[in-house]
Design a protein around this ligand. Structure first.
Ligand code: OAD
Length: 248
């Protein structure tokens, strides 16, 4: 079914540094809808771009809080799938060979960590963490009630999810780590992302510029597809375990 060229297996086996970028496509098979497919049921009439912004939160904090509550519940119920697990296997195999590995994710669901991945760079934060809207302080304990949005125990400001919203900067340390991994890797795997949201979308192109072998795994064609040599069309939960089996 999937044809993995011998030369690609050889590149993996001799690699010194491997970087991976994942997007919401890898979590789709865990039942977490991709960002652009996410709007179902009650939320079907809203666009994520209109909810995931500081302006939206200022305008209608309850609406945004409820949307994230729904997404958080989805994520909490979800389990890592075979795609996540294959990346754990790959990381272990590469670590045994002394190869550096970095898993850069745009996902906020924490499923890579729950699967057992060690070196995860979260570019867009994590939906299971909460912080103060005014001061950005992370808050561990807060009380959810149907009537009120939880407030910061220190300053009384409204609480929000610790995710990057449209128009906000990415966490500087994570972005720097992602650039480093991208610029120094021999292989860059781009999995389940539409490669349209910057700055993450530029990473595979940066890897190409720096001479890495870039591989795309995606159900559909993306802006990256025509630039890379190795494209696997299909679900990450099928392709990744197969690819990793071939390498191991
Ligand atoms: P998108 O929803 O833009 O794209 C999901 C990609 O996954 C698409 O290219 C699909 O073809 C692909 N896909 C879907 N199911 C798949 C599967 N089972 N196997 C492989 N590929 C599959 O999601 P992202 O690219 O993650 O940012 O979006 C990037 C960022 O845009 C998100 O992190 C979010 C959003 O705006 C912020 O919230 C800042």
């Amino acid at each position: 079914m999937v044809n993995v060229p011998e030369e690609l297996i050889a590149i993996f086996r001799s690699a010194r540094r491997v970087a991976v970028l994942t997007g919401s496509g890898i979590s789709a098979e865990s039942g977490v809808p991709t960002f652009r497919d996410a709007q179902t049921g009650l939320w079907a009439r809203y666009r994520p771009e209109d909810l995931a912004t500081p302006q939206a939160f200022r305008r209608d904090p309850r609406l945004v809080w409820e949307w994230y509550k729904w997404r958080r519940e989805l994520v909490t119920k979800a389990k890592p799938n075979r795609g996540h697990e294959a990346l754990v296997e790959l990381e272990k195999y590469l670590a045994q060979r002394g190869c550096l590995f970095a898993l850069i994710t745009q996902n906020v669901d924490g499923l890579h960590q729950r699967a057992g991945s060690q070196q995860v760079i979260e570019l867009h934060g994590n939906i299971l963490r909460t912080k103060c809207f005014d001061e950005g302080t992370l808050v561990d304990k807060w009380e959810e009630s149907d009537e009120k949005i939880p407030r910061c125990p220190q300053c009384g400001g409204l609480l929000r999810p610790d995710v990057v919203w449209f128009g906000e900067n990415l966490p500087a340390i994570a972005l720097e780590a992602a650039w480093q991994a991208t610029q120094s890797c021999d292989i860059f795997l781009c999995i389940g992302t539409s490669t349209i949201v910057e700055p993450a979308a530029s990473l595979p192109f940066m890897a190409l510029q720096y001479g890495a072998s870039v591989i795309e795994i995606n159900l559909h064609t993306t802006p990256l597809s025509t630039s890379v040599r190795y494209v696997f069309r299909g679900p990450a939960g099928v392709i990744l375990p197969y690819l990793v089996d071939c390498i191991l």
